[in-house]
Design a binder for this molecule. Structure first.
Ligand code: HEM
Length: 470
């Protein structure tokens, strides 16, 4: 999922052209909020993009937990802390629009995805789509994931045997796309899946492109062409799935109904499916890479998880049954800790629909508001020695002691990640197949640089040493 905290100047035109969107407040309405406008013209954009997490830390240290920035051509307000996360994500008083927060980033490419709907419209569609995540369909996806992941991870050994290392990030990205073709769309692997995958990669790339108009040869031009192709293809596929449903997620969405029993309209199902692939893909790739990086550095945790994986599946490199997922307790804790250290969606944007107060400041309707999972996850008040990898922070006793909104990699409230159980399942199946086949390591002193934006990613692909165990 692309994750940036604000839109760009061109998008403000879109917002103004969109009659039901709340207009931004006058720029001087935010003068009382402490913060900075940054440099002339570029504002805080370049400083923020160069080091988003360090920038947020410096701003909060200097101005406090409510601070103003001016990135991508407009002022916005950032709220820091667990109470701020609760206010914005739980949104008891229906103050915050997700559609108008994410829209400037995503609405040209992923219109009408769940994150781009608010309140009653959102609730209706979310309820219909939730059918695809009930136990029976999840059991089917689990079988499909096991088959793809067994084949994919087995093939890594040959490459690593020649060079001794493999670049983990591109390998897990390719494998996650393959599993998405099978378990989300019900497509066999092959040229068709490849064509869709490259259209999809173009769309994700375009969502963060600096030139927002779909001109030929620009990333946005390619992204919009990718979307056109996907809409045409998915519409046809939807008709097939309605006539002859399979075990895949698209078939579940195809048959999803509203409260009155009516099927969702064709174009809406297609948009939801395209959005969902975007929401699932980079997030799983990034978080799995973060977990493997930690395990490669912590052989003692690798050994614990390997033992757990063997016990849960009854042996090495076997399918991990759906019923055994609940036994992967340490794996789940280690994954949660990896998500804390490197949340794939580091910041979440919203726009205030009403005036509201927080931390002693009045913030006017129309203001872009951002909260940050990356900031709260690094706060020593909730996480002593925050850089240390320690899955035991997620025992039931430790969790009960903490503020509920101190750990928010999946968001919270009405827009809480719909695919979080799918993500846990896929990661457990991956961990099982990887750790029972290989011992993981890295070269002494190896410390890859991580790109923080738009999604955490090791710049060199994460050079992993694999020693086959079978
Ligand atoms: C580790 C992996 C993942 C992470 C960290 C993650 C994170 C998130 C976050 C933070 C949100 C909320 C954004 C907001 O409130 O503005 C979200 C929403 C969403 N995610 Fe995930 N996600 C992950 C995997 C997945 C997967 C695998 C799927 C689908 C199979 C998925 C589907 C969705 C959908 C549909 C939404 C929108 C929900 C709504 O607006 O009601 N995600 N995700």
């Amino acid at each position: 999922m692309a994750s940036i905290a604000a839109g760009r100047p061109q998008d403000i035109q879109n917002e103004r052209g969109n009659p039901h969107w709340t207009r931004p407040p006058r720029a001087d309405a935010l003068d009382p909020i402490p913060g900075t406008d940054g440099w002339p013209l570029v504002g805080t954009t370049i400083t923020q993009l160069a080091d988003p997490i360090g920038f947020a830390e410096r701003m909060a240290a200097r101005y406090g937990p409510v601070y103003r920035t001016r990135s991508f051509g407009r002022r916005m307000v950032n709220l820091v802390g667990a109470d701020a996360n609760e206010l914005v994500l739980f949104d008891r008083e229906r103050i915050f629009s997700s559609e108008q927060g994410w829209g400037p980033v995503l609405n040209l490419l992923f219109p009408r995805g769940l994150m781009l709907l608010d309140f009653d419209m959102h609730r209706l569609d979310r309820r219909a789509l939730s059918a695809a995540f009930k136990p029976e369909p999840m059991r089917n996806y689990c079988a499909l994931l096991n088959a793809d992941i067994a084949r994919g991870t087995q093939s890594w050994g040959a490459g690593a045997a020649q060079t001794g290392t493999m670049a983990f990030y591109p390998a897990i990205k390719a494998l996650t796309l393959e599993t998405a073709a099978t378990s989300f769309l019900g497509l066999p692997l092959g040229p068709e899946a490849d064509r869709l995958n490259s259209a999809f990669v173009d769309m994700v790339q375009a969502s963060i492109a600096p030139v927002r108009r779909p001109l030929p040869f620009t990333a946005m031009g390619k992204g919009v062409a990718g979307r056109r192709m996907m809409v045409a293809y998915f519409t046809q596929l939807l008709r097939q799935r309605r006539a002859d449903p399979g075990q895949d997620m698209f078939s579940q969405f195809a048959l999803a109904t509203r409260d009155d029993g009516a099927l969702l309209p064709e174009d809406l199902v297609v948009d939801h499916m395209i959005f969902l692939m975007m929401a699932a893909h980079d997030t799983i790739t990034s978080s799995m890479t973060g977990l493997i990086w930690q395990l490669a550095q912590h052989p003692e945790w690798q050994e614990k998880l390997r033992g757990e994986a063997r016990a849960a599946a009854g042996g090495d490199a076997r399918p991990l049954p759906f019923e055994a997922l609940g036994q992967m307790v340490l794996t789940e804790m280690a994954f949660k800790e990896a998500l804390r250290i490197l949340p794939p969606v580091p910041a979440t944007p919203r726009r205030a629909l009403k005036d509201f107060s927080f931390g002693g400041f009045r913030i006017p309707a129309g203001t872009g508001v951002g909260i940050s999972a990356a900031s709260i996850h690094a706060d020593p008040a909730h996480w002593p020695d925050p850089a240390r990898f320690d899955p035991l922070r997620f025992t039931a006793e430790e969790v009960a002691k903490r503020h509920k909104y101190a750990w928010v990699p999946f968001g919270g409230g009405a827009h809480m990640c719909l695919g979080l159980h799918f993500a846990y399942m896929q990661v457990k199946v991956l961990v099982h197949h990887i750790l029972t086949r290989y011992e993981l390591g890295v070269a002494p002193g190896y410390a890859p640089a991580w790109q923080a934006w738009p999604i955490p990613k090791p710049r060199d692909g994460l050079q992993l040493r694999l020693r086959p165990l079978l």
